[in-house]
Each structure stands twice: as structure tokens, then as C-alpha cells.
Design a protein around this ligand. Structure first.
Ligand code: ADP
Ligand code: MG
Ligand code: MG
Length: 881
């Protein structure tokens, strides 16, 4: 096995072995860019070292040979007393891990060679500055000395290290050496070979630092990759910027603007500095274009190299570069990170320029980026300190007056005020307030808590689980960790993208992308890029995208955003508000007559709901789910009601009846109780009423010349028997309406697959179903045997921390478990009924990773909240490539 590769021996496709940085350096060397020569110690060597506690024996020999080669090429010897060769030792793993691993510059300096460097360069100050940098970096990263001790020593001389003169630097060097001796009982090593070997080993060791672990965990980077180490001849940007010698300096540059995607090179330049200085921001860097007046030749040459790189990598690249006395060197390149906006613009421009194909352009953008572009944003300055941090549950930016309950939110919103609803956590009762508010802020719950799910569904800004906040609802105020108290009516800014809350109104930048998506008209290069990518995605995708929508307004919006129907129309909310009394009456009914009366009163209301939605989605399928949640959700809270009754001396008999009903219906575990099809079968007339309303709505639309395509969906089926019973009841009603009107209604009847048993017996169930819609929210709960609302608040953080989950199974489908059930269900269902339509509704339908999975298992459609439709279309298109 070979453990060391010269830069001229490697290439871009060797990143696993040479690390990203090493592969880039090799590739640039190969295509003739000016890269200081050097060699790379492979990740294999690192893996051996980490496993065995020592380097593989061959490494010493190979590294010595590579170093000798480097010395020959440079005509200098590492650390030689006069005119020494100096090298940098640079870490570089497969995936860029910014700031996680350590790099040491100026290896090879010691008490003798520092004088040699001073003479050879003619600059004493530069030599001593380099030496003290080496001792400082080496002392800290290799020998483990607290970095503050060095900083304190510097500040005892001057406020800024750039102001130190030669005398001070010489003395400082001695002080640094003394610090190392005192802290470690060891001297700073004078032998250059020893410095090099120890630095390489330190880079290996840095793979296992705490912050490296934390970073890898967060970014889902495997633990066993190891890092490569690059040893490279030093070039110097800190040789002064003026004088008879040509200018020196260092900088970073991008082939295009990584923030906007604008064409043309972009970057920062810092005269008289070493690489680290630009990144660390110790002094203010100049815009790159100023290099043109400082050194026109280097500027033009840099431009040429950037063009070469972009053509070569066929993407935005960034580089680190250094100018040493007028000679340009490129020290690093990679495909550059970019904002969502830049991603779309660059993909479009590269395609237009003929560099990449339209399909490749589609690969370069993502649904998550598209979603980010659809929300307004804050112009946050680094000086704006947030009141608190929480979970960024639903992106966007909103400003409003703080309110602590739904009623107040509605009241103020009706008066034209913008409000932010602050709750410890939200419940369905808060819905009107959430609709009225610009943003929702909670101190409990995660990304799939009620607040988060509902807010995302509405495209409303939400930060949840801001646990640092003490929310005092009765006192109508909350307290931030800083001690700041925010009272009802105070204005705050909620940043759902960053997950922060700020006091006062931050300036907002509106997104025109959302508007362009709804109108389908591009207004600038960005919207043109977005619409172009979507058009490409639409032309290639197999998965259809439907919306989860319960109101005509949502349906209209969803359709504008490209929905191809409604995959989930919930009917629960149609029982809320002023209709609650009718529902109570239905539940409390003593006899069939009373219940029928209540149902009769609900019928026309439901029919109107359905007619409006079918009209908004004319010609497209609308899957209507019959009532699903347990009845007690429509009744008052048991304890509250009991307390209220106990307080009043002579309670209303109706109230007493209500309490009795609430008590009768109380369930230990309502999510596993009387709900879904069970409820439909248990309450006579309920299901029939809903089907009747659907049938009559269809009739109305047909008579108006429309093309209604209602589909009836039975929830929470566990066995085919349930579905058969429900189906025959529904067919009876449909048949009656058909014979009364003489019209053919054509309403497919299907079921949700949201219980493991349903998935496992999908073959049987398919005998009675025209379609399957996988309800993966409930299917996840029932497969894992955990309640989403409880689990997210209690042990999910622990599980994520311990690596049991890398992501919540409610956010991205658990392919191995829940996903397997989906696969089984599709297969078994189609085997029995080849025309069975299959889809997924629920949160996963809008999640990019899950969408790719649903594409692979062959579903016909995904359904998600209107706001996520463009992203879902894009991802469905990408999945088809
Ligand atoms: P990081 O991965 O943190 O960016 P690098 O290995 O790129 O670390 O090095 C840190 C800084 O030192 C960079 O700005 C880089 O350009 C500079 N640098 C690294 N090696 C050399 C070298 N041989 N000559 C001059 N500057 C160098
Ligand atoms: Mg770098
Ligand atoms: Mg369900």
C-alpha cells in the first residue's frame, strides 16, 4: 500500500484517499495551475494510526523520500540554517470540516534558520513574525498549550500583532518558548524533521477532538473516514506590500458571487498577510477588485485561473491564493458553498453558457433551497443579539406584537394589528389565533410539535421549543435569559429560518419568488431560474404532487403552486367553530331522532364546504378523508368542565349532561381509541351524512357543468372487514343519490394505510379499495409505538444526541421500518388490484429525502401542504433523473 502521494500523482477523483484539499491540490497541479509543490499523506495512514496508535512503518520511509523530492524541487532544505525551506502541514478530510482540524504554517523555523530566512528574504521582521507564529501554532495545536497564554503575552506588548517591531517579536519568541517549557516541561522542538513528524501526527489526532465529533455528528459524516495530511512548500504573503520588491498579500476568491450568483469573480484580498489572517478577519480585507490597482498582472492571472477552474469543475469554485512579491500561487480550491439564491442563478447561467445540461442544472438545486427562497427574510446584522434561540420549525421572518392567547390574537388582528402568538405549546384550540398571527412562538416541542406542523402547513413562521423563555401566560409576559421581560403588545421579530426571536422590529426583505411561483411569471433572473428548474422537473417527474388542503382558499393557492389535486382533505376542522354546538348535540343525542336532527343540520354545511373545494380543484382529484379524530376532541376538557360546574351552585342541566358525556367518552389513550373508521362505524349516521354531503356536492358541481373528482377515503382501517362495512354504507348512499338524480357520480372509495396491520394485510384490503393513501404520520407512531407529541418533547433530543436517530422519523421517513411497510403495502396491494392508486399524505410527502424514497418504491403521488408543493415538484423531478 502506498501512503504518500506527490501532488503531481493525484487527482480530483481520489478525494476519499487524499481528502478534499489534497485531491484539489493534485488536480490543480495536474492542469498546470501555480500550486506550491508538496505531497499528501493518505487517509489510510491516518486510519492505521488511529487504530494502532502509531503510524504504519512504511510511512516514515515514504515521507522522507517525498520530502527529499520536495527539497530538490525547491532547491532548499527543510529548516536549513541559511535560506531554509519551510512547509505547511494542512489537514484535509474527505468532506470539508471548516475550522475543525488544524493547520500549522512555517514548519522548519528554529533559532538558526530564522536568521537564515531573515537574510535570504532581506526582511528581519517577516522572519521573526513567522517564527513566533510557528511557536504559537505548534505550542497550541501540537503541544496542547492554552492559546490564551500566547495571546496574553502578545497584548502585554501591543494591542495588535501587526504593530509589533523586530525587537518585540524577538523577545516575544523567547516568552513563547518559556510558556511552552513551563506548561509542558518540554522545549519547543528545534529539529525540523521532528517538527514535521509531530505536526503530521497532531493532524491525525485532531480527527478525534470533541468539536470534530460534534461537527461530524451534526453533518452526518461517518466517524471512520480519517483525514489526509498535506505537506506543502510555504509561500509568503506577508513579505510587505510596498517597497522595491513587488507587493505581497493573500486572499480568497470565487468564480462568481456566492451570495447572489452574479457572474464575475468575487472575493477579498489582504495585503501583507498570511492565509489565516483573511479567514480570521484580524484586519479589514479589501474587495478583490482593488488587487487590480495593486498588482494588475496577478489580478489578470487570477481571473484566468478562476475561469480555468470553473470550466474544469463545471461549477462555482472558490480558491485561497497568495501573492508573494508579485508571483501568484493558488493554495486551495473546491466547489464553493452558495446561498439558495446563488444556487438557482448559477445553475441557470451555467446551463445557458453551455457548461452543463438542463438535467445537471436540476441536480444543482434542491427543494430545501427553493423553500428558503419563498419566505421573507430579515436583514440581521451580527450586532443584533437575539432574545432567545429555539427550533427553526417553519422558515421565514415575521414581526408583530406579542399576544398570549388565541382570542387576543384574533381581536388584534381584526383591528389590523400584526401579532405574534406566544404559547408554551399549542393545541387545536389555538388554531384561530395561529391563523390570525404572523408567527407562532412556543417554549416547548420540536419540529413536529403541533405548533410546528400546523404553522408549516399554513406557511406561517414558527419557532418552537425556545426553552430559554419563561412563558407566563396568565401574567401575559415572558422572560428571556438576559432578564428582559416582554409584555403583551411589545413588538418582537421571529426568524423561523434561524430559529431566533429578537426584541423590536428588524428590517424585512420580502420574497418575490413565492409570488412568481403563484403567477408563473418570471420577473428577474432569479425567478426565471426557479421557474426554469421547475419546468424541467415537471417534464421529467413520474410522481404526481397533490396538496393537503381543507379549505377552498388553500385549494386555490395549492393549484396556483402546481398541485395536481388534493391528496388529503381533512374534514375535522369543518366541525369546529360555531358548528361545535351541532357536534355536541350529535354526541349528546339521547335517541336516533335527536342525532338525526343534528346530522341533518350539519349536512348542508358540509355540502357547501365540499362544493367549494371541488370547484377550486375542478377536473383534479380531491381525496376527502372522513372524520378521523376521537370525539372527545370536540368536547370541552373534562377537568375544566368539572371545575366550572363545581363553582356554579346550580349548573345548567345541559352542562351536567355534557360532563357525563365527556366522562363516558374519556379514553386513557385516545390516539389508539375510538377514532377513524371505528368512530364512523360506531356513531350511526355520521359516515352516511358525510358521504351524502360529498355526493350532493358532486351533483351540484355536475349540474353547474363542472368536472368534480371526489374520492372518499376511510381512515385508520386495520382489517378489510372494517373497510367492507364502511364501503357498503358509502355505496348505499352513493347509489341512492345516483338513482334520485339519474347521474353517475364515479367516486372511488379507498383507505388510508396507517396501521402496521393494514400494511401487512394490504393484499386483503386491496380487494375492497380503489386506492391506498399511506398516512405515514400515524404509521410512524404506530410502527414505533410512540406518540409524536409526547416523544418529541421528552426523549427525542436525547435520542438524536445519542445517535439513535440522526433525524426525527416524523421529519424524514424511516426507510428500514416504516418505509418497508409502505413498500410491502404497495406490492401486495398492486398484486391484487393492478389499478390500485397509491400515494402518501402527511408530513413526509413534502420532505425531500422521503420524496426520493417514495419515487423509488413506485408510489403514484405525494401530497403535502400547499407551501411545500414547489419544493416537492422539484424533488420529484430530481428523483426521476
Ligand atoms: P483550512 O482548511 O482551515 O482552510 P488550510 O490548510 O487551508 O486550513 O490553511 C489555513 C491557511 O493557511 C489558509 O489560508 C491557507 O491558504 C494558508 N496556507 C496553507 N498552506 C500554505 C502554504 N504552503 N503557503 C502559504 N499559505 C498557506
Ligand atoms: Mg483552507
Ligand atoms: Mg391518521
Amino acid at each position: 500500500k502506498k501512503y504518500v502521494y506527490g501532488f503531481a500523482e493525484g487527482g480530483r477523483d481520489m478525494a476519499a484517499l487524499l481528502g478534499g484539499k489534497g485531491a484539489g491540490l493534485a488536480e490543480m497541479t495536474r492542469i498546470g495551475l501555480p500550486v506550491p509543490p508538496g505531497f499528501t499523506v493518505t487517509t489510510d495512514a491516518c486510519k492505521v494510526y488511529l487504530a494502532m496508535g502509531e503510524e504504519p512503518p512504511e510511512l516514515g520511509v515514504e515521507a522522507a523520500q517525498a520530502l527529499a523530492g520536495l527539497e530538490r524541487a525547491m532547491g532548499r532544505t527543510l529548516g536549513a540554517p541559511d535560506d531554509p525551506l519551510l512547509v505547511s502541514v494542512r489537514s484535509g478530510a474527505r468532506f470539508s470540516m471548516p475550522g475543525m482540524m488544524d493547520t500549522i504554517l512555517d514548519i522548519g523555523l528554529n533559532d538558526q534558520s530564522v536568521t537564515g530566512l531573515a537574510k535570504a528574504s532581506g526582511q528581519e521582521r517577516f522572519a521573526w513574525d513567522s517564527y513566533r507564529r510557528l511557536i504559537q501554532m505548534f505550542g497550541h495545536t501540537v503541544m496542547g498549550v492554552d492559546g490564551d497564554l500566547f495571546e496574553q503575552a502578545i497584548s502585554s506588548h501591543k494591542a495588535n500583532d501587526h504593530d509589533l517591531d523586530v525587537g518585540e517579536l524577538t523577545r516575544l519568541t523567547e516568552e513563547f518558548k518559556a510558556i511552552i517549557r513551563k506548561e509542558t516541561g518540554e522545549d519547543f522542538p528545534q529539529d525540523p524533521a521532528d517538527q514535521l513528524a509531530r505536526a503530521v501526527r497532531a493532524v491525525f489526532d485532531s480527527w478525534n477532538t470533541e468539536r470534530a465529533h460534534v461537527y461530524r455528528h451534526r453533518e452526518h459524516i461517518p466517524e471512520d473516514l480519517g483525514t489526509a495530511v498535506n505537506v506543502q512548500a510555504m509561500v509568503f504573503g506577508n513579505l510587505g506590500s510596498t517597497g522595491e520588491s513587488k507587493s505581497s498579500g493573500t486572499g480568497v476568491a470565487f468564480t462568481r458571487d456566492p451570495a447572489t450568483g452574479e457572474r464575475g469573480m468575487y472575493g477579498d484580498y489582504l495585503p501583507d498577510a498570511q492565509g489565516e489572517d483573511v479567514v480570521a478577519g484580524v484586519r479589514d480585507a479589501l474587495p478583490l477588485r482593488e488587487l487590480r490597482s495593486l498588482d494588475a498582472r496577478a489580478y489578470v492571472e487570477l481571473g484566468d485561473h478562476l475561469r480555468t477552474l470553473e470550466q474544469h469543475y463545471r461549477d462555482l469554485c472558490d480558491v485561497e491564493f497568495t501573492v508573494e512579491r508579485g508571483k501568484l500561487w493558488i493554495l486551495q480550491t473546491r466547489v464553493g458553498k452558495r446561498t439558495a439564491e446563488a444556487a438557482f442563478r448559477i445553475a441557470r447561467d451555467l446551463c445557458e453558457e453551455g457548461t452543463i445540461s438542463a438535467d445537471e442544472a436540476l441536480v444543482r438545486v434542491s427543494g430545501a433551497e427553493l423553500t428558503r427562497l419563498m419566505f421573507p427574510r430579515f436583514d440581521v446584522k451580527t450586532t443584533d443579539v437575539p432574545l432567545a434561540h429555539g427550533v427553526p420549525a417553519s422558515p421565514g421572518a415575521a414581526v408583530g406584537a406579542v399576544v398570549f392567547d388565541s382570542t387576543e390574537a384574533v381581536r388584534r388582528a381584526a383591528a389590523g394589528e400584526q401579532v405574534v402568538l406566544v404559547r408554551r405549546e399549542t393545541t387545536p384550540d389555538d388554531l384561530p389565533g395561529m391563523i390570525a398571527a404572523q408567527a407562532v412562538l412556543t417554549s416547548r416541542g420540536g419540529k413536529t410539535s403541533h405548533a410546528a406542523v400546523v404553522a408549516r402547513g399554513m406557511g406561517k413562521v414558527c419557532v418552537c421549543g425556545a426553552e430559554e423563555l419563561a412563558v407566563d401566560t396568565p401574567g401575559r409576559r415572558f422572560t428571556a435569559p438576559s432578564g428582559a421581560v416582554v409584555r403583551e403588545g411589545d413588538v418582537v421579530s421571529v426568524d423561523g429560518t434561524a430559529g431566533t426571536v429578537h426584541l423590536g422590529a428588524l428590517p424585512l426583505t420580502a420574497s418575490h419568488v413565492g409570488r412568481a411561483l403563484e403567477t408563473g411569471t418570471a420577473t428577474d433572473t432569479l425567478t426565471d431560474a426557479v421557474l426554469g428548474a421547475l419546468a424541467r422537473a415537471d417534464s421529467g417527474r413520474r410522481l404526481q404532487v397533490r396538496a393537503n388542503a381543507d379549505t377552498p382558499e388553500d385549494a386555490v393557492r395549492a393549484r396556483a403552486l402546481g398541485a395536481q389535486g388534493i391528496g388529503l382533505c381533512r374534514t375535522e376542522h369543518m366541525f369546529l367553530g360555531e358548528r361545535r354546538e351541532l357536534v355536541e348535540a350529535m354526541i349528546l343525542a339521547r335517541d336516533d331522532l335527536a342525532r338525526e336532527r343534528a346530522l341533518d343540520a350539519l349536512l348542508p354545511l358540509q355540502r357547501a364546504d365540499f362544493t367549494a373545494i371541488l370547484e377550486a380543484m375542478d377536473g383534479l382529484p380531491v381525496t376527502i378523508r372522513l372524520i378521523d379524530p376521537p370525539l372527545h376532541e370536540f368536547l370541552p376538557d373534562r377537568t375544566e368542565l368539572a371545575v366550572r360546574l363545581a363553582r356554579t351552585g346550580h349548573p345548567d342541566p345541559r352542562d351536567r349532561e355534557l360532563l357525563a358525556a365527556v366522562e363516558r367518552m374519556h379514553e386513557q389513550n385516545p390516539m389508539l381509541g375510538l377514532r377513524g373508521v371505528r368512530l364512523g362505524l360506531a356513531v350511526p349516521g355520521l359516515m352516511a351524512m358525510q358521504v351524502q354531503a360529498i355526493a350532493e356536492a358532486v351533483v351540484e358541481r355536475l349540474r353547474d357543468g363542472g368536472t368534480p373528482r371526489a374520492e372518499i377515503m376511510i381512515p385508520l382501517v386495520g382489517t378489510v372487514e372494517e373497510l367492507r362495512l364502511a364501503r357498503s354504507e358509502a355505496e348505499l348512499v352513493l347509489g341512492e343519490v345516483e338513482s334520485e338524480t339519474g347521474l353517475t357520480l364515479d367516486c372511488p372509495i379507498g383507505t388510508m394505510i396507517e396501521l402496521p396491520r393494514a400494511a401487512l394485510t394490504a393484499g386483503r384490503i386491496a380487494e375492497a379499495a380503489d386506492f391506498f393513501s399511506f398516512g405515514t404520520n400515524d404509521l410512524t407512531q404506530t410502527t414505533w409505538g410512540l406518540s409524536r407529541d409526547d416523544a418529541e418533547a421528552s426523549f427525542f433530543p436525547l435520542y438524536i444526541d445519542k445517535g439513535v436517530f440522526s433525524v426525527s422519523p416524523f421529519e424524514t421517513i424511516d426507510q428500514e421500518g416504516v418505509g418497508r411497510l409502505v413498500e410491502l403495502g404497495v406490492e401486495a396491494g398492486r398484486a391484487v388490484n393492478p389499478r390500485l392508486e397509491t400515494g402518501v399524505c402527511g408530513e413526509h410527502g413534502g420532505d425531500p429525502d422521503s420524496i426520493h424514497f417514495f419515487h423509488r418504491v413506485g408510489l403514484d403521488y405525494v401530497s403535502c401542504s400547499p407551501f411545500r408543493i414547489p419544493a416537492a415538484r422539484l424533488e420529484a423531478g430530481r428523483a426521476s433523473l
